[in-house]
Design a protein around this ligand. Sequence first.
Ligand SMILES: *[C@@H]1O[C@H](CO)[C@@H](O)[C@H](O)[C@H]1NC(C)=O
Ligand SMILES: *[C@@H]1O[C@H](CO)[C@@H](O)[C@H](O)[C@H]1NC(C)=O
Length: 257
Amino acid sequence: MAQWMTTQLLLFLVWMAEVGEAQPRTIRIRTELLNVCMDAKHHKEKPGPEDNLHEQCTPWKKNACCTADTSEEAHKDISNLYRFNWDHCGKMAPACKRHFIQDTCFYECSPNLGPWIKQVDQSWRKERILNVPLCKEDCESWWEDCRSSYTCKGNWHKGWNWTSGYNQCPVKAACHPFPFYFPTPADLCNEIWSHSYKVSNYSRGSGRCIQMWFDPAQGNPNEEVARLYAEVQSGAGLRGAWAPLLSLALMLLWLLC
Ligand SMILES: *[C@@H]1O[C@H](CO)[C@@H](O)[C@H](O)[C@H]1NC(C)=O
Ligand SMILES: *[C@@H]1O[C@H](CO)[C@@H](O)[C@H](O)[C@H]1NC(C)=O
């Protein structure tokens, strides 16, 4: 009797595992990772259309986590968003600044960052992004266009002197061209915002890395990338659950027979 029951249990588990594997992969994606806005300083609660996004933020107008106001502020020096001063070591070259504007648009507007959102204990936000796989060309052109601009720090999240209401270089930090603090593109993209990005070895258009820049005429390429990473995260979790269940069944069978 016990043997029959255990066999039935084992068969049932094997059947469940097969059904699980046979289902279309999309069913198993953790949908809470897709089409979401992080809980941070200026983000909307949920993504949605924004007809009036400003200049470099317009690629997100069909579906955005930023408001039109936020997108406009993203283009200003010492904006109301974070009072951040790009020109802390003299004027930043416009070709360089456009990457920082794009980075701000991307951070504020993208609804495709779910797989990389992490909780944080910070006064100004509850969630941040960590290790977003930025396409290598987006990182390389950012670094290349900023080579001739100056900065005084390798991590722009902390260590500034904010006494005047915007960030200034602390007295001990000297201004040097970007490559002094960021010897390689990876040093810039990974370190500047405390590992918000982790530059990817994949290229733009591969469907496996996140693009800060894209042409919205072809849709938002990051939707597919987020789906892929969400699938990997949930797939790994579910597949992992079958092994202990099956070994439990086998152990029962062995114990009872
Ligand atoms: C911070 O900036 C203020 C005003 O610009 C200056 O007087 C002060 O010495 C600075 N402090 C440090 C630690 O850099
Ligand atoms: C990245 O790609 C290059 C060329 O395709 C390859 O030689 C290199 O080993 C890769 N690096 C990693 C970390 O995968």
